[in-house]
Ligand binder design. Sequence first.
Ligand SMILES: [Zn+2]
Length: 318
Amino acid sequence: MSKLIIGIDIGGTAIKIGLITEDGDIKNKWEIPTNTDDNGTYIIKETWDSIQEKLTRFNIEEESLLGIGIGVPGFTDVESGYIYEAVNIGWKDIDLLSQFQNISNLPVFVANDANIAALGENWKGAGQQAKHLIAVTLGTGIGGGIIVNGSLLNGVNGTAGEIGHITVDPNGHLCNCGRKGCFETISSATGIVRQALTQIDKYPESRLAKHYQQVGEITAKDIFDLANKGDSICEQIIHHTADVIGYVISNLAITINPEKILIGGGVSKAGEKFIGLIEGSFKKYSLPRVSDICEVKVAQLGNDAGMIGAAYLVKENL
Ligand SMILES: [Zn+2]
């Protein structure tokens, strides 16, 4: 009988857990809230408790489990499974691999969350098992995963593919990483909102400013909606955002010469028009030999990409 893999995707607000077949199909999935109390001390135990409860409920014997893959939102060393820092969940210097191995008695593999999302999309989603691929996740921040020769690019200490921290504007806004003008200060949902707030200050009579005054806040989705209604300030913000994304991916593409670039995360749901703008900008900044062979696509798996990729990590390593 085919074995099951446990795929875990730890996020800032929820931990997504899936029981996944060796073919990458989700048999069961559920989530638990991320308990960030006391610097995330309880996360490992609560996750394992939840898994045990489900295994009992579904009558799944531990012998039928192949292993556990875990994605973590932070700096992760893939070989040792050590987490240097995961700010959102409060972790610092956590030996996740051995702790989870001790509690579960199963083989455990660990990687960065954006990297496992790239693995998941490439296995069962829009990547269609490409050998060379770049995945960009546009959310509150920007994550990335790079696959070369069919394998995830980790780098010497697990920091390869931290696309969100590519410097785009050396005099730009301060980033969470402490430096200025990183890619994610412009093209993440947070960056898009910040661009809008700057425009609201500049043009207090604009439709955007009036919307902000009425509602009291502004989201990236509001800015996309206003742009779709023809608001020129919001259109400019969206064009600039897409232009910067195209600029960054064209530079990445010349480094690895990928066959596919996948755009995922909440911001990618803005629609085909936005993806078209990114593609146009990508072509504008690329060597034609690089862009002609490369397809820009929207990621398909949504929130399941992480758990599926975490399962792939186990399959690939066992
Ligand atoms: Zn940064």
